[in-house]
Design a protein around this ligand. Structure first.
Ligand code: GAP
Length: 453
């Protein structure tokens, strides 16, 4: 059998656009590089990723609570966190081609010349010395642009958690080990955004800060690496495409006592999907010093210490690219080609499609609409009566809908429908009255990517 063609980023971009997952932003004004808008299926898929993360990190646990902090925080937060002084990339400009490069990524960059060259490779290249470029977006708060009105859009959600440590400790009556989780937009003025959603300037982070007694930090660091890796496996990412890479000391952020990346084998090569860091007591200590509010744990027996923090941090964008790449498949069925997204059923934007076999048959349409109305109260379902049934199945395959329920002649006689499985294409019949329970049970079943043979 011929080897399947590799899944390229171009294929993912093209499907995402064709089926309305993701659009280039501001397109009617010529676009705004590396900025994207999400269409209907993109929104549904993002909602599912966020919901699965929230279940695993908050809802199904007793030791983690949620928070939703502001995007624009007091500017001193970013001084204390080290972002004003240190959240920067070294930048080099070329005076000839007017392009800008990351000094630490020159080897991976292309200069403006054709055929493509590395910056500095030709005598015409006129490169500046590296200078530090802060990645935070600045804004002004209030009507006047004056001293003291300068603020930043948050480059990570984590700091909104640290500055609320005391509130949560007191009001939620927590004791380490416990965590605070938050999802929300973060903003970074990336010098070299690109590769579709992989590196963008605004993205939705999902971060959890887990506060632990210092002598338990290493144990919890290892624990969270395993937990997060298993989360990806549970939602179908193939084992062969996942790995954990521990950072060397020179690579770690200023706050980190240990960092591991869960990496995915993207079409651009292995890249960071999620980072798990042992941040030590850096953040709580810094905010204690800068705010003069003591951020520490004091036990009833007088025991006091500054907890260490273990942080799993990821963006929905990185997960979305990994899941789309992992799910994308092309195959020939009979004499027809189909493109199919083999997404985990709990991640797929649409859980089930309801299709009358003949769209012009009023009885079939009535039954199908009845089933659709019933299912959509609980699930994301789609009704489609337009065009040949084969085309309608393929439309659903392309957006990853795991099951399609079809109302046909037999339904009118015995109130049964067929269910077609997206991956195996197997069909079975079941009573229309059982469809709701069937979906509930199917969603609970363990799922493994059929691409992992
Ligand atoms: N609070 C720690 C922190 O923000 P980070 O490694 O800079 O650490 C965490 O970011 C995660 O956020 C990354 O693992 C990645 O999933 C995501 N992320 C970071 N920058 C991103 C970008 N420009 N576009 C998309 N996702 C990004």
């Amino acid at each position: 059998m011929a080897e399947p063609e590799p899944v390229t980023m171009d294929k993912i971009v093209s499907l995402s656009r064709r089926r309305g997952f993701v659009f280039p932003s501001s397109e009617i004004y010529g676009g705004m590089g590396s900025t994207f808008d999400y269409g209907h299926y993109g929104v549904l898929m993002k909602n599912n990723i966020r919901a699965r993360w929230f279940e695993a990190m908050v809802r199904n646990r007793d030791d983690i609570v949620a928070i939703d902090s502001a995007v624009i925080l007091h500017p001193k937060v970013w001084e204390a966190s080290g972002h004003v002084g240190g959240f920067s990339d070294p930048l080099i400009d070329c005076r000839t081609c007017k392009l800008r490069f990351r000094a630490d990524k020159l080897e991976d960059s292309n200069c403006g010349r054709k055929p493509s060259k590395r910056p500095g490779e030709t005598p015409e290249c006129d490169l500046t010395e590296p200078r530090q470029f802060n990645l935070m977006f600045e804004t002004t708060v209030g009507a006047l642009q004056e001293e003291g009105s300068r603020a930043f859009l948050r480059p990570e959600t984590a700091q909104g958690i640290f500055i609320n440590f005391k509130n949560v400790l007191q009001i939620a009556r927590r004791k380490p080990p416990f965590g605070i989780a938050q999802t929300g937009k973060s903003f970074r003025n990336e010098i070299t955004p690109g590769n579709f959603l992989f590196r963008v300037r605004e993205f939705e982070q999902m971060e959890m800060e887990f506060f632990v007694p210092p002598d338990e930090a290493d144990k919890w660091y290892r624990y969270w690496i395993d937990e997060r890796l298993n989360w990806y496996r549970g939602y179908g990412l193939r084992d062969s495409k996942l790995r954990v890479r521990e950072h060397g000391p020179e690579e770690r952020s200023h706050y980190s006592q240990g960092t591991s990346d869960i990496e995915y084998d993207y079409p651009i090569g292995w890249g960071e999907l999620e980072g798990i860091a042992n941040r030590g007591d850096f953040d709580l200590t810094q905010h204690t010093e800068h705010s003069t509010t003591k951020l520490e744990y004091v036990g009833q027996d007088g025991e006091r210490y500054v907890p260490y923090v273990i942080e799993p941090a990821v963006s929905i964008e990185r997960i979305m690219v990994a899941m789309l790449v992992d799910a994308y498949d092309e195959e020939v069925v009979g004499d027809r080609e189909r493109t199919v997204l083999r997404l985990h059923p709990q991640i797929a934007p649409v859980t089930a499609a309801v299709l009358p076999l003949i769209g012009k048959n009023d009885e079939m349409v009535g039954k199908a609409r009845g089933l659709y109305e019933e299912l959509r109260r609980r699930h994301s379902v789609e009704y489609d009566d337009g065009g040949a049934i084969g085309r309608r199945y393929r439309r659903q395959d392309e957006i990853g809908t795991p099951w399609a329920f079809t109302v046909d002649e037999q339904t009118l006689e015995d109130d049964t429908v067929t269910v077609r499985d997206r991956d195996s294409l197997a069909q079975e019949r079941l009573p229309i009255a059982d469809v709701r329970d069937w979906i509930e049970a199917a969603l609970e079943r363990d799922w493994k990517s059929p691409k992992e043979s």
